[in-house]
Design a protein around this ligand. Structure first.
Ligand code: AKG
Length: 359
C-alpha cells in the first residue's frame, strides 16, 4: 500500500490511478537544483474554507451538505457520497500536540507492532533513541563475551536476548565491516505504521487476536467514541478496538485501498490527521470511479461509515514545505526546548490515526 512517489507502467489505467498521479509529488532535478512539478489544486475541496464561508453566510457550495446531526461541531459531507463525514478542525492545537507525542513515544512501543517489527523484532523507545543519535546493531555483531556457562537462566537469557540492540554510535562493534547496523534516526524516518489494540496482520490482511496486545488506550477510546457520533445510529455506541497509526514523510503516499477487514461496516472508521497538510482521495466501489480530492489538515477528523466503507480511498500527497504544510499553530505550541524534538519531526511529517471497531 505504501510507496514512494514513482511513475509505474500502469499508472494511469484507472480513474483512481490517474487522480493519484495528478496529485503526487514529482521532483525534477536540473543539475543540482531540485524543483517540484507544479500541481493543479483547483479541484481539491477545502473544508476549512467551506466552514469559514458557512459561518459567514450559512451556505455550502454545490454538492456539499452540512449534516444536521446535532453534533457540537459543524460536520460536512458530499451530497452523492453517503456515509462520509468531514469535521474540520475537530481537535484543538493542544489535543493535536498530545496525539503527536503519543504517536511517537507510546504507540510504537511493544507489544504494538510496527513495520520494523518483522525485521528487527520488538523495538523499544525508537523516538528517544533517535534523539540520542543511537544505532541499532545486530546483537551477534556486538563484542560481548558470554563465556561458557551451565547456568540455565543465563543460557535462556542469551537465547531470548533481543537480536538487535540500540547502542552508542561506534561502541563495541567489530571494525571488520561484518556488523549490521542502522541508525535510530533512519529507522524513525522509515517508521510507516504502528498498530494499537487488536493487532492487524498485514501479510494475512486480518486482525490476529492471538498476537499479544494492550487494551485500546482509554483516552483515545473516549475521543473516538465522541467523534464517531455523527456517523452512528441513534442509541448505538462506537467501541474502538484497534487503530492503525500511519506515519508519512515527504514523498510518501498511501495508495488507493479499501478498509474491509472489520466485521460490521455500518460502524465508522474515525480518522484523525496530525501535522503536515495532505490530499485525500475518496473514490467509489471500483477504482474506475472518479475520486473527489480534499485537503486534510492537522486537527481534521474524517468518518467513513456505511456505503463510504466500501469506497476506495488513499493519500497521494503530503505537503512538507513551509508554505503549504500549514502547521503554524503546531510550530508555536511546540516551540519550547523540551518539545523541539517533536516539532522537528512534525515539520516534515504527517501522522494519521484511524480507529476501528473490529467486531
Ligand atoms: O492517512 C489517512 O488520512 C488515511 C489512512 C487510511 O486510509 C488507512 O490507514 O486505511
Amino acid at each position: 500500500m505504501y510507496g514512494e512517489a514513482q511513475i509505474s507502467g500502469d499508472s494511469d489505467r484507472t480513474a483512481f490511478r490517474r487522480a493519484e498521479k495528478k496529485y503526487k509529488l514529482y521532483q525534477t532535478s536540473l543539475g543540482r537544483r531540485k524543483s517540484l512539478k507544479p500541481v493543479d489544486l483547483s479541484e481539491v475541496f477545502d473544508f476549512r474554507a467551506i466552514l469559514e464561508s458557512y459561518n459567514r453566510n450559512g451556505g455550502t457550495p454545490d454538492g456539499i451538505v452540512r449534516h444536521q446531526c446535532g453534533f457540537d461541531l459543524p460536520v460536512f459531507g458530499f451530497e452523492d457520497r453517503p456515509g462520509f463525514y468531514f469535521i474540520p478542525g475537530a481537535l484543538s492545537v493542544e489535543e493535536q500536540c498530545h496525539w503527536i507525542k503519543e504517536s511517537l513515544l507510546t504507540f510504537p512501543q511493544p507489544p504494538n507492532r510496527t513495520n520494523h517489527t518483522a525485521i528487527y523484532g520488538p523495538m523499544h523507545d525508537l523516538f528517544i533513541e533517535a534523539q540520542k543519535k543511537r544505532v541499532l546493531i545486530e546483537a551477534d555483531s556486538l563484542d560481548v563475551d558470554v563465556g561458557f556457562t551451565t547456568d540455565f537462566d543465563s543460557i535462556n537469557a542469551i537465547a531470548n536476548a533481543p537480536k538487535w540492540q540500540f547502542c552508542e554510535e561506534g561502541s563495541k562493534v567489530p571494525k571488520d565491516g561484518s556488523c549490521k547496523s542502522i541508525s535510530a534516526c533512519s529507522l524513525l524516518r522509515k517508521l510507516r505504521w504502528s498498530t494499537l489494540g487488536l493487532q492487524f496482520d498485514w501479510s494475512k490482511r486480518n486482525y490476529d487476536v492471538s498476537l499479544p496486545h494492550n487494551k485500546f488506550p482509554e483516552n483515545l477510546h473516549q475521543l473516538a467514541k465522541r467523534m464517531a457520533v455523527p456517523a452512528m445510529y441513534e442509541k448505538e455506541e462506537f467501541h474502538p478496538e484497534a487503530a492503525i497509526v500511519n506515519y508519512f514523510g515527504s514523498g510518501d503516499m498511501l495508495g488507493g485501498h479499501l478498509d474491509d477487514m472489520e466485521a460490521d461496516w455500518s460502524k465508522p472508521i474515525v480518522s484523525m490527521s496530525l501535522g503536515c497538510k495532505a490530499i485525500f482521495l475518496l473514490g467509489g466501489n471500483s477504482r474506475e470511479d472518479l475520486p473527489v480530492a480534499m485537503f486534510l489538515r492537522s486537527g481534521d477528523i474524517v468518518l467513513m461509515a456505511g456505503q463510504a466503507r466500501e469506497c476506495f480511498h488513499g493519500v497521494p500527497r503530503i505537503f512538507t514545505d513551509e508554505e503549504n504544510a500549514e502547521i503554524s499553530p503546531l510550530v508555536s505550541q511546540l516551540s519550547c526546548q523540551d518539545d523541539l524534538c517533536f516539532l522537528n519531526y512534525i515539520r516534515t511529517s504527517r501522522i494519521n490515526i484511524n480507529i476501528r471497531q473490529v467486531f
